[in-house]
Design a protein around this ligand. Sequence first.
Ligand SMILES: [Zn+2]
Length: 191
Amino acid sequence: MRVRFPDFRLGSVLATSFTGTLSERHGDAVERIPVPHRLVDWLAVNGLAVDSCTTAQLHLARELRESIHAAATAAAIQDALPASAVQVINDCSAQGRAAAILTPEGKRQWRLSSASCVEDALSVIAADAISIIAGERDGKLALCASPTCQAAFFDTSQSRSRKWCDMNTCGNRQKKARFNANQRNKPRSAE
Ligand SMILES: [Zn+2]
């Protein structure tokens, strides 16, 4: 497994952005939150700022992430939800004390019970996962068409025909691969 520091994929759906912190799950997997402070960074860019994170909290976060991945994948292929994954998601959801706050500008923000409470942040992510897996939101869970990725993503396109978890990574790579294959198959022009 490679460990890469900088880039996070920022999707519009919190739960699947979170599962995307382990990318290329069926290829050369890339762990984007290898150490606690990287989880702190990820939470900050996703509106869930915490001061610090312990190794135990990172483990809990990864456990939640893999549980969301398993449950969302099952939901995408209309399989039974794995009971252990459901348990972890529910425990994380119940453990947190985050409050939704409406800003004067009419935006929703999350207020955590304390700045050290990674569990509060995880409860927001777990609740987000529950809302998409339970079909509460407008969209459909699907699996990325890239064979090395197969990430579960939430398709909110009008036609529900999105193929890739992320256009900038998987989508582009597939397009390039197709382009290169086409170039190879083209007869050379006479010189
Ligand atoms: Zn993908």
